[in-house]
Design a protein. Structure first.
Ligand code: ATP
Ligand code: MG
Length: 390
């Protein structure tokens, strides 16, 4: 039996004139997600995208898994394509295709949608006939139109007739690449991969920046970031990772700045360098995994001092979330187990004993200016390491 995937557009149906553009990006992302799985014909009509495998050996389970992470889809279904677009063909296909599900169910109903108005039967007739055929084959079933165990969908469309059961929930959001570009500051922690996922869900195409301070931080810590981003890229698509050599700046911080301001000045340096990379990459915003009140550098006062270091918009999608909510999302995107691996992040190198929770911008700026990080920033920008994440 020939199986295909029927995908329903999500929020992009709300877009007016640029809907076409959104759909083109969505289809491009779907093609990318299916790369390496074999040949597919992909076409779009009436708010539905059809994915038709071109050979028998295509791994449709894997295709379903990958499609479930493509932003821009509310739901999708794995459906049987009836050999012919006739009522008889529908009645023959439905009981066979849905056998397993219907054997396990007690109640069912049929819903029919006829977008091809040339089809000689109207939706209520299709429902009645299909319901009758299923009851004849599975006499243990009862019809329940309010709370059925299984809803059988019959869709008569321009390209053919399809049968499927309850749709699978899509990833939601809007297609990556339709929401502009931004730099995600990625540590090896729990929060920043989740922040990356959340902004990708709003259509943002990501470039990642990671600050490394060898030998205080290890090669393993950098590899961990790569593995985290590989998980994120299953949602966000391919991206570049820029690794910034941060050691000299941190040593200068330790030597030339007041201890209680280490963290806040370090955060400002991260913003300034990330902004430079963002401009190179034509990104319009920075993204961090900060959450209000989580640590000393994430108070309102400290965030204000951090923001002042850059002219760019800073997105902090986790700002109002508590740790458990963030962890739940980290489980969902499968980054949690990697995040809790115990490698040092540069943030834990030379941490002050008593960081200021209410830093005063004037003092922060003058301490930073006195130390003069400009030459080191220039030097770091000349030694960025680029890794391609697929
Ligand atoms: P995370 O779990 O993401 O590490 P956190 O709660 O540990 O966050 P901080 O260490 O204060 O918080 O970092 C706050 C944010 O700063 C991170 O979410 C991330 O966006 C950015 N950040 C921290 N360390 C780095 C780093 N080494 N490289 C790039 N960005 C970083
Ligand atoms: Mg951290």
């Amino acid at each position: 039996m020939k199986e295909i995937l029927l995908l329903k557009d999500g929020e992009i149906v709300l877009k007016g004139l640029n809907r076409r553009q959104f759909e083109d990006v969505l289809i491009r992302n779907i093609k990318y997600a299916l790369k390496g799985l074999g040949g597919f014909q992909i076409k779009s009509a009436q708010s539905t995208i059809y994915i038709v495998p071109q050979s028998e050996d295509v791994d449709l389970d894997e295709a379903v898994d990958r499609i479930s992470r493509v932003f821009g889809l509310v739901s999708f279904s794995r459906a049987a394509m009836c050999p012919e677009k006739t009522l008889d063909s529908v009645l023959a296909t439905a009981p066979v295709y849905l056998e397993k599900m219907l054997c396990a169910a007690k109640t069912f109903k049929v819903e029919a949608k006829r977008s091809d108005k040339q089809f000689p039967y109207k939706s209520p007739e299709i429902c009645r006939e299909a319901g009758g055929a299923l009851l004849a084959k599975y006499p243990h079933l009862k019809v329940d139109v309010h709370h059925p165990d299984v809803t059988v969908y019959v869709e008569i469309r321009d390209f053919g007739a399809y049968v499927h059961a309850d749709p699978i929930r899509g990833a939601g959001g809007i297609p990556v690449g339709t929401g502009g570009r931004a730099v995600i500051l990625i540590s090896g922690g729990i929060d920043s991969p989740v922040a990356a996922y959340m902004m990708a869900k709003r259509g943002v195409k990501l470039t990642a920046v990671h600050f490394a301070s060898p030998p205080y931080t290890s090669q393993r810590a950098e590899e961990k970031v790569v593995r985290l981003l590989q998980k994120v890229s299953r949602y966000a698509g391919p991206m570049r990772l820029y690794t910034v050599p941060f050691t000299k700046m941190q040593e200068k911080l330790r030597d030339d700045c007041p201890e209680e301001l280490f963290t806040i000045i370090m955060r400002r340096l991260m913003m300034q360098i990330s902004e430079k990379i963002a401009k190179q990459r034509e990104c319009g915003a920075l993204i961090t995994g900060e959450s209000l009140g989580q640590v000393a550098s994430q108070t309102i006062g400290a965030l204000g001092c951090t923001d002042e270091a850059t002219d760019m918009v800073v997105f902090r999608p986790l700002i109002g979330m508590d740790k458990q909510e963030i962890i739940n999302l980290a489980y969902k995107i499968d980054t949690y187990d990697i995040s809790i691996e115990p490698y040092e992040d540069c943030c834990t190198v030379f941490t002050p004993r008593h960081p200021h929770t209410k830093p005063i911008l004037k003092f922060v700026k003058s301490a930073q200016e006195q130390a003069d990080f400009e030459p080191l920033i220039e030097e770091a920008m000349e030694h960025l390491k680029i890794t391609y994440i697929e």
